[in-house]
Design a protein around this ligand. Structure first.
Ligand code: SUG
Length: 448
């Protein structure tokens, strides 16, 4: 049976703004308070989806969330009508209003961890929504994420959904941003690679000194258990705490894998040799031939990687067996990174082509091409069981573009977030979106 990697990209929501909310994420910190352009952000994301679809890749779309999150503000003690809740939050606690307006659900690599059916004990595709416990504005995403994923992958015979892990720092889970899967073919058993930043309970593991390590070993282990993964099909590795302190807040900022290939920076991990040997050995047991491409710090520094998002790229398999790298335009702007990419694609190796995308609106909040997509490996039967409303087609691209043009503002600054009209605009837009994507009622305002 045929199998595919389907990329479900997060559609940027109408409140996309620069709130400076993510300590440890250099771009989010340095662009704080700039005014944003939600319309441009959403169109840039849609253009990437369309381009991948046109290249012949399977592409899907994941809906944004209801923001401002009035229910979250009510839980923090703001009361009255929805407009009064927003007005009071703006007056008394602006940072809380900003957090409740974040469109951060666009970075769907953090929505969930996904294990394909070939790896799991019950032969279903398993999803665990990420609790995103490290940042308040992201910790409020998972209930709606679970409802949206449930509406997209609704068939219980093929898809199993797990609620987010307990919402405490010990089980901090950032989803697929710290998870990669190696395999020979997408439909065959593979090796799932979980990268953590620290251990919550075992003091032998070092931790970063400056910035938070968002993912714990214990969270990764819990996800592997929930998904019914075999020990032989799992490898855990620790991220180098020094790179977290340089702004590598997720592993997908310093490494990317696909098929049998891991593309990574020399400084990405601790105990790298041991980790590579384990990956090689475990992949060999399921018939795969592991390959690693290490980018030396003498060619690209960690700072270059953080600024350019070289590793936050999408590594895609083409029908002839070669691979294509989808990178943000910031890679072209960095001389060393661009020179490295030129030498990589002309070296006769597996990665033959680089395609550049303008994702500046998302990049300015620390979200590159890989952050914007959730990978789901599916066989033909499973793909047929996905809600067809969320699979990208030329007509759907047309409808979504028109929907963005109709509903989105082209400028948003902090003051605009206090405008109760923005909430109405967002709800009207999202109500229409659930019809376009055939999701049913998934948002709090549609349910309560
Ligand atoms: O969690 N930025 C996101 C970026 C997530 C990128 N995802 C991956 N690497 N997979 C974060 O730090 C910034 C929001 C703001 O500051 O307005 C933000 O949430």
């Amino acid at each position: 049976m045929k199998s595919y990697e389907v990329n479900f990209d997060g559609l940027v929501g109408p409140t996309h703004n620069y709130g400076g909310l993510s300590y440890g994420n250099v771009a989010s910190q340095s662009n704080s308070q700039q005014s944003s352009n939600p319309k441009e952000a959403a169109l840039q994301g849609l253009a990437k989806m369309k381009a991948l679809m046109d290249m012949g890749f399977q592409q899907g779309v994941l809906a944004p969330q209801e923001r401002p999150d009035v229910a979250a503000l009510r839980r923090l003690g703001f009361s009255g009508t929805d407009a009064q809740v927003i007005e009071r939050a703006a007056k008394e606690a602006m940072p809380l209003l900003v957090a409740s307006c974040s469109a951060s659900s666009m970075w769907v690599a953090n929505a969930a961890t996904v294990s394909p059916s070939a790896d799991t004990a019950d032969g279903r595709v398993h999803f665990t929504a990420a609790n995103l416990n490290c940042k308040y504005h992201r910790s409020i995403e998972h209930p709606t994420t679970s409802r949206v994923l449930g509406a997209m992958f609704a068939n219980q015979q093929h898809f199993a959904h797990h609620a987010a892990l307990p919402a405490v720092a010990q089980f901090g889970d950032e989803g697929a941003a710290n998870h990669t899967r190696f395999c020979r073919e997408y439909g065959e058993a593979g090796v799932e690679f979980f990268v953590f930043g620290r251990s919550a309970f075992d003091t032998r593991y070092p931790a970063p000194q400056k910035y938070p390590a968002r993912q714990t070993l214990e969270a990764s282990q819990a996800v592997a258990r929930l998904h019914g993964l075999r020990d032989e099909g799992v490898v855990y590795a620790q991220q180098n705490p020094n790179v977290i302190d340089q702004g590598v807040f997720h592993n997908d900022v310093i490494a990317v894998g696909n098929g049998e290939v891991l593309f990574y920076h020399e400084d990405a991990f601790l105990e790298t040799e041991q980790m590579l040997a384990e990956l090689q050995g475990k992949l060999a047991k399921v018939g795969g031939k592991f390959q690693s491409i290490c980018v030396p710090r003498s060619s690209v520094t960690v700072d270059d990687a953080v600024r350019s998002y070289l590793f936050n790229s999408q590594l895609l398999s083409r029908p002839d067996g070669s691979m294509l790298l989808i990178v943000p335009q910031e890679c072209q702007a960095n001389e060393r990174v661009w020179a490295y990419l030129q030498s990589l694609t002309s070296s006769g190796g597996l990665i033959r082509e680089v395609k550049v995308f303008d994702l500046k609106q998302s990049m300015q909040n620390g979200g590159g091409p890989a952050c914007l997509r959730l990978r789901v490996a599916l066989n033909e039967t499973e793909l047929a069981a996905v809600n067809p409303g969320v699979i990208m087609t030329a007509p759907l691209y047309g409808s979504l573009t028109a929907w963005v043009e109709k509903h989105y503002r082209d400028r948003l600054s902090e003051n605009d977030l206090a405008d109760p009209q923005l909430l109405l605009e967002c709800r009207t837009a999202l109500d229409e979106l659930t019809q376009i994507l055939k999701l049913g009622a998934v948002y709090p305002f549609q349910i309560n």
